[in-house]
Design a protein around this ligand. Sequence first.
Ligand code: UD1
Length: 428
Amino acid sequence: MQALVIEGMHPLRGSVPVHGSKNGALPLLAAALLAPGRTVLHHCPRLTDVQTTMEILRHLGAGCGWEGETLWVDASAVTGTAIPEELMRRQRASVLFLGALLARCGEATLSTPGGCALGERPVDLHLSLLRQLGAEVGQQGDRIFCRGAALPGGEAYLPYPSVGATENFLLAAQGCAGPSRLLGAAMEPEIGELAELLRAMGAQIEGVGTPVLTVYPAGALRSAEHTVRADRIEAATLLCAAVSAGGEVELTGVEPSALQPVLDVLWQTGSEIRCTDSSVRLRAPERPRAPERVVTAPWPGFPTDAQAPLMAALLRCRGTAQIREQVFQSRFHHVPELRRMGAAIETDGPLATITGVPSLRGTHLQGCELRGTAALAVAALGAEGESVVTGLEFLDRGYENIKNLLSELGAAIKRVEISPDVVYNRIP
Ligand code: UD1
């Protein structure tokens, strides 16, 4: 079993580039299926979720491979339209293949997707959108079937701005014979990035960044090249790490506008923040101030994916901080682990109240989902003594070698093989 061993209280200093975005790359990989030929994604992160998506693409008959940081997908031949349950279970983003396969092949069969355990995560909004565009959608047990070549399109409505459902709309609409319009679309930067690649492939899309998206039929799409934008959640995690450990860090290759909701909160902690067009520099306060109540919400609200890392950064705050999680039903799995470090956190349904403590102590911390595991590492960086963080299989889904990034910033962190006995005995 692998673990991160972190000795806390070493302030972070220095400058690191941020990797390409996981949530940006996964829909782009599904989009690559829309056009024959070779679609090329530069600055693509090497993550297990990307690896799983490559396995799905290969299963469907597409070729794909790495050339350094560039990932190419050759979708000249799409020979399958069904994704096995084993691949679907590994990550939720695979549901995007519904829209892509419908547009390219006129049919898709897959099973309810898995992903991190964040409470109930249905796909009803995805299926409703596809029905509204004219697709025939059926479900038998866990299997979902969609059919409909050259769908009529028309007007579709989302009662909640689901990121994935909006992406599925953009993908499925590329196969519609008439114009299609989505009311109530999500506005996250990743939607804009997907639209950017689709436009480079020849798609005609209006209203990006607004709640109303319109797609016009544009004929056959062609393969294209794109550079994956920086991961705003990796960037947010590193900034939270700096607030937790102290110090001054610079992140390069980022878009500060995509980080704005996070920067607004970190600024309230007393952090000094300076941005250029492509970098963010943060100087941490000695002890963070509690910000106003943070509420997670769809863009332009505070991102739910940065909730756990932010909580970890606030454990030693002056005063009492509150975080309300209102995107996912159950996203506080990190709280019991943080309490074991001496953190004072009370939860009441979706509300967490954090009373700052003067110090935290290192211990063994077991992660059980992606962002929660990252939060444990963030907390460990600000704790006295050594912490051992396990659950790296979750971390590896969404962070490309975060150990190296933190090491470059001066953290005392190692990735080691550890005996399960050590873990079960809950050291120290
Ligand atoms: C994406 C991100 C994820 C992020 C989330 C919210 C990817 C690969 N993942 O996930 O990291 O945390 O956006 O910013 O980009 N819902 C339904 N029915 C549906 C779809 C969603 O009830 O059919 C609910 C979900 O259970 C959740 C909320 O809507 O409570 C938000 O989900 P959604 O915006 O769809 O998130 P994802 O696209 O899954």
